[in-house]
Design a protein around this ligand. Structure first.
Ligand code: GLN
Length: 483
């Protein structure tokens, strides 16, 4: 029986000869098989994982030095291209489609000898907060299978939560890494916009999308981001300045919380109390902690949904059944009917709703009323963030207003689900890095919840180092993968 703690510890044990990559891959394949009911994976790459493990064991036996991710077992969200492997974005429209190339960020991991064990379930085209909008059916929260794992990267979160891989990749357009991490009791890190190449990530809303990382400890997250943040000529929106990993000197930090967030009526009382108690303790320990005004809170979810659906309506126009995607067998008497049939059959309900909403807000007559207004809100937020980070190092917030809801609860009311993104979309609208760290369990349902931290654009290092410290100091219960 293999127990996982961290990549560093795994490598030490490999070097000591107490385990092999083959043992470990077999262990994970068994776990995946035993936990099939959680529906975390859309496809398992079992044979090639076994072959790769054997090859790596040979390399090690021959005395070759270990690469940074030698034998590290990684699962990827089904929106990240992996050459010659299926990719579906959990959508009927891409069923059977095979990637023609590998996403740059994934290639950087493979170049360091990572083992990619499978593709993970998610909401269709990463649109959702519960993983219920998937053509494969919902992924389940391993801590309580009647609850959602969060979304859209629900499967990737469960894969780490339930010990079916060491780390996993998701994508975060409005919270899809941080929120499932929050619901599952693990770490979810969304780097700043442009930190990780988006080449090979299926686009939902290109000016928001960012690949993110799930893990159980900060050392793994730091190692992964240092490898994945390599420059890439295939993504012109990448940040020019390289990731700064230099350890910052210990000093008192300046934290702020938004009054309107902490007083928001949707925020569960116990979550509020726990976050407030962290703020108190930090202040007690000599840090500056202020509660500041944030008047734009009421606009951010609307601005997010106007802008992302607008971008999605354009990004998803390529799935027409000719160049990509499902082709209907219905006879069509015109090219329009042909496209209509293909798209009506291929896309799920939520994706159709968003394509229509996005097309509407971009249409002449409504563009100024919706799209331009939302852009103005985004610009104001960016200005706001500059001002905040001229006075503070870190923003603290809850990740979600509640713990994981029960499956089926939010199905009837999409707007209620959208509103639950209230604390996560801010980081995507402004492009700043953000992380959810698992600190607490709720006394009512014993489900986990986390604390969200955000730092200035380009300042991932503050975020990572602070998270590490806070996890050490305040983690209520040790979080290791379930077995
Ligand atoms: N819940 C948000 C949405 O549905 C976030 C999605 C995401 O980050 N991919 O749009």
């Amino acid at each position: 029986m293999f127990s996982y703690f961290s990549i560093k510890d795994f490598h030490t044990r490999l070097q000591q000869g107490t385990i092999t990559c083959s043992n470990v891959v077999n262990h994970y394949l068994n776990e995946i098989e035993h936990k099939k009911n959680l529906n975390a994976f859309t496809e398992i790459f079992a044979n090639e994982a076994i072959e790769k493990a054997a090859e790596l064991d040979k390399k090690r036996a021959a005395g070759e030095p270990l690469k940074k991710l030698h034998g590290v077992v990684i699962a990827i969200k089904d929106v990240i291209c992996y050459k010659d492997h299926h990719i579906t974005a959990a959508s009927g429209i891409l069923k059977g489609f095979t990637s023609l190339y590998t996403a740059s960020a994934l290639q950087f991991l493979i170049d360091e000898d990572a083992i990619i064990i499978g593709a993970c379930n998610c909401d269709e085209f990463a649109m959702g907060s519960t993983n219920e909008n998937s053509v494969y059916g919902p992924a389940l929260n391993a801590l309580d299978p009647s609850k959602v794992p969060g979304g859209s990267s629900g499967g990737s979160a469960v894969a780490v939560q339930a010990g079916m891989c060491m780390v996993s990749l998701g994508s975060d357009t409005g919270g899809s890494v941080r929120q499932p991490a929050d619901y599952c009791g693990i770490i979810g890190f969304k780097p700043g916009y442009g930190r990780i190449s988006r080449y090979g990530l299926i686009a939902y809303a290109s000016s928001f999308d960012q690949i993110g990382i799930f893990g159980t400890n900060m050392d793994d997250i730091e190692l992964m981001i240092s490898i994945m943040s390599k420059p890439d000529d295939n993504d012109s929106t990448m940040l020019q300045a390289p990731l700064n990993t230099a350890v910052k000197e210990e000093k008192a930090l300046r934290y702020c919380l938004f009054k309107q967030v902490m007083e928001h009526p949707s925020l569960n009382n116990e979550i509020k109390e726990k976050i407030n108690s962290i703020a108190e303790q930090l202040s007690h320990n000599g840090h500056k902690v202020d509660f500041i005004d944030f008047d734009l809170l009421d606009y951010i979810v609307s601005a997010y949904y106007v802008l992302t659906t607008a971008e999605a309506s354009s990004n998803l126009s390529r799935y027409d059944g000719v160049r990509f995607g499902h082709r209907s067998l219905e006879t069509a008497d015109s090219i329009d009917t042909f496209y209509k049939n293909n798209r009506s059959e291929g896309f799920g309900l939520e994706v159709k709703r968003r394509i229509m909403l996005g097309t509407f807000v971009l249409s002449s007559g409504y563009y100024d009323a919706y799209f331009s207004k939302a852009q103005q809100v985004r610009n104001m937020l960016v200005e706001n963030v500059k001002n905040i980070f001229s006075q503070y190092d870190v923003i603290l917030m809850p990740t979600s207003p509640t713990t994981a809801p029960t499956i089926g609860d939010n199905k009837k009311d999409p707007v209620a689900t959208y509103l639950a993104d209230i604390f996560t979309v801010f980081a995507n609208l402004t492009g700043i890095p953000a992380i959810s760290i698992p600190l607490f369990h709720h006394s009512k349902d014993n489900m986990p919840f986390g604390l969200q931290l955000m730092a200035n654009s380009g300042d991932e290092v503050t975020l990572l180092q602070t998270s590490k410290k806070l996890l050490k100091q305040y983690r209520q219960a040790e979080v290791t993968a379930l077995s």
